[in-house]
Design a protein around this ligand. Sequence first.
Ligand code: CP
Ligand code: NVA
Length: 304
Amino acid sequence: MKKDLLTLRDLNADDCEALFKRSFELKERHASGIADRTFQGKTLGLIFDKPSTRTRVSFEAAMAQLGGTSLFLNAQDTQLIRNEPIDDTGRVLSRYLDGVVVRTYSQNLLEELAAAASIPVINGLTDLYHPCQVLSDLMTILEKRGKLKGLKIVWVGDGNNVAHSWLNAAAILPLDLVVACPEGYQPDETILAAAVKDTKGRIVVLSDPEEAVRDADVIYTDVWASMGHESEHGLRKKIFKPYQVSQGLLAMAKQDVMVMHCLPAHRGEEIAADVLVGAHSVVWDQAENKLHMHKAILERFISH
Ligand code: CP
Ligand code: NVA
């Protein structure tokens, strides 16, 4: 039976371990110039209803480097825009493609598509989750630190889709995760409660960013206004100001703290420009690792 990756709760700890191991192997093979042809004759669809640089390009490059073809579809150019039902779309695409990566607003819509499709559906970001991002981020932490357990990972900023995927990750892996968000911008209560119930690590939600980053090994931030929330940008800039990842905030963390951001970044808002390009930042390696992790995800979910 086909498997989908709609949230990180579709995976368990063993699945994550296998993905990490394979992503490192694929990274090494790529560096050695080995051309795998795993997906020869296979076609991956990408239906995107929101902008993307990294997710789109890394999935397309991954498919090309593994010998397959990808087909990018701006959702606005499909019959979805003229109200063709999502389940009809899922059924039809399943007759052409071997898998599909979807970036859209509604998690429910993604789930409806996956229920109707007979091919694997991979979440390339919704309003609620960004699972492939957090898998690449975990790979980056492992690459830099050799472990996940025992590291204090602190999310600073909006309790958004990426934060939700971090909570899901902490539900399936023994992470020490602290989330610091302003009142009213904390993560979804149901997602948080499920993660707290299932974690074998520690999940703490605070509102004080300075208290949160004390002794942090990793500080992670993301935009204050995610795609779809652009109209709140002005208001959010005022509310989130104390949550900027600045040199001052970094000074309260461990000396070798790693700074992460899924990108795109807004310099001078959620992250100071000198922190984004400074010695603690791993954001470019983080972006690169999306390529290697996405290959591992494709191998695991798409038949070949
Ligand atoms: N981090 C990330 O998902 O970037 P894009 O929006 O450019 O895909
Ligand atoms: N939280 C951001 C992530 C972008 C990759 C957004 O949804 O816009």
